[in-house]
Design a protein around this ligand. Sequence first.
Ligand SMILES: [Zn+2]
Length: 286
Amino acid sequence: MKPGILQWKIGNRVVTTLNDGFNPASVDVVQGLSREEAIRIQRDAFRTDDPKITINLFLVESDKHPPVLIDTGMGFIGGETSGRLLSALEAVGVTPEEIGTVLLTHLHPDHCAGLTDGKGNAVFPNAEIVLEKIEHAFWTDNNNFKDAPDEFKGYVALTQGSLVPYKGRIRLFNGETEVVPKIWSVPLYGHTPGHTGYRISSEGTSVLIWGDIVQFQEIQSARPDTGLAFDVDSAKAVETRKDIMTKAASERLLVAGMHIDFPGFSFVRRTEGGFRLVPALWSDFA
Ligand SMILES: [Zn+2]
Protein backbone atom coordinates (compact mmCIF):
# COMPACT_ATOMS: atom_id res chain seq x y z
CA MET A 1 0.00 0.00 0.00
CA LYS A 2 1.39 3.41 -0.98
CA PRO A 3 1.38 6.00 1.82
CA GLY A 4 -1.56 8.40 2.10
CA ILE A 5 -0.51 12.03 2.49
CA LEU A 6 -2.18 15.35 1.75
CA GLN A 7 -0.88 18.85 2.42
CA TRP A 8 -2.99 21.81 3.51
CA LYS A 9 -1.96 25.45 3.88
CA ILE A 10 -3.01 27.08 7.12
CA GLY A 11 -1.61 30.63 6.84
CA ASN A 12 2.16 30.22 6.66
CA ARG A 13 2.06 26.70 8.08
CA VAL A 14 1.86 23.54 6.00
CA VAL A 15 -0.20 20.88 7.74
CA THR A 16 0.15 17.42 6.25
CA THR A 17 -2.27 14.61 6.96
CA LEU A 18 -0.23 11.42 7.30
CA ASN A 19 -2.38 8.34 7.10
CA ASP A 20 -1.28 5.56 9.45
CA GLY A 21 -3.81 3.08 8.05
CA PHE A 22 -6.91 1.89 9.85
CA ASN A 23 -8.04 -0.34 12.70
CA PRO A 24 -10.87 -2.79 12.10
CA ALA A 25 -13.45 -2.31 14.87
CA SER A 26 -16.83 -3.66 15.92
CA VAL A 27 -20.19 -2.00 16.57
CA ASP A 28 -20.26 -4.06 19.76
CA VAL A 29 -18.20 -1.38 21.54
CA VAL A 30 -20.94 1.22 20.96
CA GLN A 31 -22.64 2.36 24.16
CA GLY A 32 -25.98 4.10 24.57
CA LEU A 33 -27.25 3.13 21.12
CA SER A 34 -28.71 -0.14 19.91
CA ARG A 35 -26.64 -2.37 17.67
CA GLU A 36 -29.40 -2.21 15.04
CA GLU A 37 -29.40 1.57 15.00
CA ALA A 38 -25.59 1.69 14.81
CA ILE A 39 -25.64 -0.63 11.80
CA ARG A 40 -28.46 1.35 10.20
CA ILE A 41 -26.36 4.53 10.41
CA GLN A 42 -23.34 2.71 8.99
CA ARG A 43 -25.34 1.40 6.01
CA ASP A 44 -27.00 4.75 5.43
CA ALA A 45 -23.48 6.21 5.05
CA PHE A 46 -22.39 3.42 2.66
CA ARG A 47 -20.12 1.88 5.30
CA THR A 48 -19.47 -1.70 6.32
CA ASP A 49 -21.54 -2.80 9.33
CA ASP A 50 -18.41 -2.98 11.47
CA PRO A 51 -16.60 0.35 11.29
CA LYS A 52 -13.03 0.71 10.15
CA ILE A 53 -11.31 3.38 12.20
CA THR A 54 -9.09 5.60 10.05
CA ILE A 55 -5.90 6.73 11.79
CA ASN A 56 -4.48 10.09 10.71
CA LEU A 57 -1.49 11.93 12.15
CA PHE A 58 -0.60 15.51 11.37
CA LEU A 59 2.72 17.12 10.55
CA VAL A 60 3.07 20.90 10.95
CA GLU A 61 5.87 22.62 9.08
CA SER A 62 7.02 26.23 8.94
CA ASP A 63 10.09 28.06 7.67
CA LYS A 64 11.38 28.91 11.12
CA HIS A 65 10.83 25.87 13.33
CA PRO A 66 11.64 22.14 13.20
CA PRO A 67 8.67 20.02 12.11
CA VAL A 68 6.01 19.24 14.71
CA LEU A 69 4.26 15.87 14.65
CA ILE A 70 0.86 15.46 16.28
CA ASP A 71 0.41 11.84 17.48
CA THR A 72 2.37 8.84 16.26
CA GLY A 73 -0.13 6.11 15.34
CA MET A 74 0.13 2.38 15.93
CA GLY A 75 3.83 1.99 15.14
CA PHE A 76 5.21 -1.49 15.75
CA ILE A 77 1.82 -2.86 16.90
CA GLY A 78 0.16 -1.84 13.62
CA GLY A 79 0.00 -5.26 11.96
CA GLU A 80 -1.22 -5.37 8.38
CA THR A 81 -3.60 -2.44 8.36
CA SER A 82 -1.79 0.36 10.22
CA GLY A 83 1.58 1.60 11.45
CA ARG A 84 2.40 3.38 8.19
CA LEU A 85 3.54 6.69 9.67
CA LEU A 86 7.22 6.34 8.77
CA SER A 87 6.55 5.57 5.12
CA ALA A 88 4.15 8.53 4.98
CA LEU A 89 6.82 10.79 6.53
CA GLU A 90 9.34 9.54 4.01
CA ALA A 91 6.95 10.42 1.21
CA VAL A 92 6.86 14.00 2.56
CA GLY A 93 10.67 14.07 2.71
CA VAL A 94 10.94 14.45 6.49
CA THR A 95 13.13 12.09 8.53
CA PRO A 96 12.26 10.98 12.10
CA GLU A 97 15.50 12.69 13.23
CA GLU A 98 14.21 16.05 11.99
CA ILE A 99 11.06 16.00 14.14
CA GLY A 100 11.60 18.62 16.86
CA THR A 101 8.37 18.18 18.81
CA VAL A 102 5.77 15.46 19.18
CA LEU A 103 2.45 16.73 20.52
CA LEU A 104 0.19 14.00 21.90
CA THR A 105 -3.59 14.31 22.03
CA HIS A 106 -3.79 11.46 24.56
CA LEU A 107 -2.06 8.25 25.54
CA HIS A 108 -4.11 5.53 23.85
CA PRO A 109 -1.87 3.09 21.93
CA ASP A 110 -3.22 4.12 18.50
CA HIS A 111 -1.77 7.58 19.25
CA CYS A 112 1.44 6.86 21.14
CA ALA A 113 2.66 3.34 20.28
CA GLY A 114 4.55 4.80 17.30
CA LEU A 115 6.91 6.63 19.68
CA THR A 116 9.13 3.54 20.02
CA ASP A 117 10.31 0.72 17.80
CA GLY A 118 9.09 -1.92 20.27
CA LYS A 119 12.63 -2.65 21.40
CA GLY A 120 12.91 0.29 23.75
CA ASN A 121 14.35 2.77 21.24
CA ALA A 122 12.96 6.21 20.46
CA VAL A 123 11.69 6.50 16.88
CA PHE A 124 12.14 10.31 17.09
CA PRO A 125 15.60 10.60 18.67
CA ASN A 126 15.68 14.41 18.76
CA ALA A 127 12.09 15.19 19.67
CA GLU A 128 10.65 16.72 22.77
CA ILE A 129 7.38 15.02 23.78
CA VAL A 130 4.64 17.44 24.82
CA LEU A 131 1.35 16.47 26.46
CA GLU A 132 -1.27 17.46 29.02
CA LYS A 133 -0.19 17.02 32.64
CA ILE A 134 -3.51 15.39 33.63
CA GLU A 135 -3.14 12.80 30.88
CA HIS A 136 0.42 11.94 31.85
CA ALA A 137 -0.52 11.66 35.55
CA PHE A 138 -3.44 9.32 34.84
CA TRP A 139 -1.58 6.79 32.69
CA THR A 140 1.60 6.70 34.71
CA ASP A 141 -0.11 5.97 38.06
CA ASN A 142 -0.59 2.19 38.36
CA ASN A 143 -3.04 2.70 41.23
CA ASN A 144 -5.59 3.72 38.57
CA PHE A 145 -5.43 0.25 37.01
CA LYS A 146 -4.99 -2.16 39.89
CA ASP A 147 -8.50 -3.61 39.38
CA ALA A 148 -8.38 -3.52 35.58
CA PRO A 149 -8.49 -6.71 33.48
CA ASP A 150 -5.11 -8.11 32.43
CA GLU A 151 -5.67 -7.19 28.80
CA PHE A 152 -6.16 -3.56 29.78
CA LYS A 153 -3.07 -3.64 31.97
CA GLY A 154 -1.19 -4.75 28.84
CA TYR A 155 -2.33 -1.59 27.05
CA VAL A 156 -1.26 0.51 30.00
CA ALA A 157 2.19 -1.12 29.98
CA LEU A 158 2.46 -0.37 26.27
CA THR A 159 1.54 3.27 26.88
CA GLN A 160 3.99 3.65 29.73
CA GLY A 161 6.72 1.92 27.70
CA SER A 162 6.22 4.35 24.81
CA LEU A 163 7.40 7.22 27.02
CA VAL A 164 10.41 5.50 28.59
CA PRO A 165 13.06 6.29 25.95
CA TYR A 166 12.04 9.98 26.11
CA LYS A 167 12.77 10.36 29.80
CA GLY A 168 14.14 13.84 30.52
CA ARG A 169 12.58 15.40 27.42
CA ILE A 170 8.88 15.19 28.20
CA ARG A 171 7.23 18.59 28.66
CA LEU A 172 3.86 18.75 30.39
CA PHE A 173 1.37 21.60 30.10
CA ASN A 174 -2.01 22.21 31.64
CA GLY A 175 -5.18 23.57 30.06
CA GLU A 176 -5.19 26.06 27.20
CA THR A 177 -1.76 27.40 26.26
CA GLU A 178 0.48 28.08 23.26
CA VAL A 179 2.46 24.84 23.34
CA VAL A 180 4.69 25.66 20.37
CA PRO A 181 4.58 28.83 18.26
CA LYS A 182 1.13 29.19 16.62
CA ILE A 183 -0.22 25.95 18.12
CA TRP A 184 -2.55 26.14 21.13
CA SER A 185 -3.77 23.27 23.29
CA VAL A 186 -7.57 22.95 23.60
CA PRO A 187 -8.83 20.89 26.58
CA LEU A 188 -11.33 18.28 25.34
CA TYR A 189 -11.37 16.05 28.40
CA GLY A 190 -13.51 12.92 28.70
CA HIS A 191 -12.46 10.30 26.16
CA THR A 192 -9.38 10.17 28.38
CA PRO A 193 -8.80 12.38 31.44
CA GLY A 194 -6.48 14.83 29.69
CA HIS A 195 -7.61 14.34 26.08
CA THR A 196 -6.51 17.49 24.26
CA GLY A 197 -6.98 19.05 20.84
CA TYR A 198 -4.54 21.42 19.15
CA ARG A 199 -5.52 24.59 17.31
CA ILE A 200 -3.14 25.77 14.63
CA SER A 201 -3.69 29.43 13.78
CA SER A 202 -1.68 31.42 11.30
CA GLU A 203 -2.47 34.63 9.40
CA GLY A 204 -6.19 34.48 10.05
CA THR A 205 -6.70 30.82 9.14
CA SER A 206 -6.99 28.05 11.66
CA VAL A 207 -7.74 24.39 12.08
CA LEU A 208 -8.68 22.59 15.27
CA ILE A 209 -7.17 19.11 15.37
CA TRP A 210 -9.67 17.59 17.75
CA GLY A 211 -8.14 14.19 18.48
CA ASP A 212 -10.75 11.54 19.22
CA ILE A 213 -13.95 13.59 19.36
CA VAL A 214 -15.24 10.91 16.98
CA GLN A 215 -13.87 7.42 16.40
CA PHE A 216 -16.91 6.01 14.57
CA GLN A 217 -17.46 9.22 12.66
CA GLU A 218 -20.86 8.49 11.12
CA ILE A 219 -22.40 7.05 14.27
CA GLN A 220 -21.01 9.59 16.72
CA SER A 221 -21.82 12.56 14.48
CA ALA A 222 -25.40 11.49 13.83
CA ARG A 223 -25.84 10.49 17.48
CA PRO A 224 -23.31 12.52 19.49
CA ASP A 225 -24.54 10.98 22.75
CA THR A 226 -23.03 7.64 21.70
CA GLY A 227 -20.09 6.49 23.79
CA LEU A 228 -17.57 3.78 23.01
CA ALA A 229 -16.02 1.20 25.30
CA PHE A 230 -12.66 2.99 24.79
CA ASP A 231 -13.86 6.09 26.68
CA VAL A 232 -12.42 6.50 30.17
CA ASP A 233 -15.37 8.75 31.11
CA SER A 234 -18.11 8.25 28.55
CA ALA A 235 -20.53 10.81 29.99
CA LYS A 236 -17.88 13.51 29.96
CA ALA A 237 -16.75 12.49 26.47
CA VAL A 238 -20.35 12.89 25.26
CA GLU A 239 -20.66 16.32 26.84
CA THR A 240 -17.35 17.43 25.31
CA ARG A 241 -18.32 16.06 21.89
CA LYS A 242 -21.63 17.90 21.91
CA ASP A 243 -20.00 21.16 23.05
CA ILE A 244 -17.21 21.19 20.49
CA MET A 245 -19.43 20.01 17.62
CA THR A 246 -21.99 22.68 18.47
CA LYS A 247 -19.25 25.31 18.51
CA ALA A 248 -17.69 24.00 15.28
CA ALA A 249 -21.08 24.03 13.54
CA SER A 250 -22.13 27.50 14.71
CA GLU A 251 -18.73 29.12 14.12
CA ARG A 252 -18.10 27.17 10.89
CA LEU A 253 -14.74 25.98 12.21
CA LEU A 254 -12.38 23.88 10.16
CA VAL A 255 -11.59 20.76 12.17
CA ALA A 256 -9.37 17.75 11.62
CA GLY A 257 -9.39 14.43 13.41
CA MET A 258 -7.27 11.37 13.90
CA HIS A 259 -10.33 9.24 13.13
CA ILE A 260 -12.07 11.38 10.52
CA ASP A 261 -11.78 9.58 7.19
CA PHE A 262 -8.60 10.45 5.32
CA PRO A 263 -7.64 13.18 4.52
CA GLY A 264 -9.26 14.11 7.83
CA PHE A 265 -10.18 17.80 7.37
CA SER A 266 -13.83 18.59 7.81
CA PHE A 267 -16.57 21.02 8.67
CA VAL A 268 -19.48 20.22 10.96
CA ARG A 269 -23.09 20.77 10.00
CA ARG A 270 -26.08 20.44 12.31
CA THR A 271 -28.72 17.87 11.44
CA GLU A 272 -31.88 16.83 13.21
CA GLY A 273 -30.75 15.28 16.47
CA GLY A 274 -27.06 15.53 15.73
CA PHE A 275 -24.42 16.55 13.23
CA ARG A 276 -22.87 15.56 9.95
CA LEU A 277 -19.23 15.94 8.95
CA VAL A 278 -18.76 17.69 5.63
CA PRO A 279 -15.31 17.01 4.13
CA ALA A 280 -13.27 20.16 3.53
CA LEU A 281 -12.27 20.79 -0.05
CA TRP A 282 -8.49 20.35 -0.35
CA SER A 283 -8.20 22.92 -3.12
CA ASP A 284 -9.47 25.63 -0.77
CA PHE A 285 -6.32 25.09 1.31
CA ALA A 286 -3.77 24.36 -1.43
ZN1 LIG B 1 -7.84 7.00 18.94
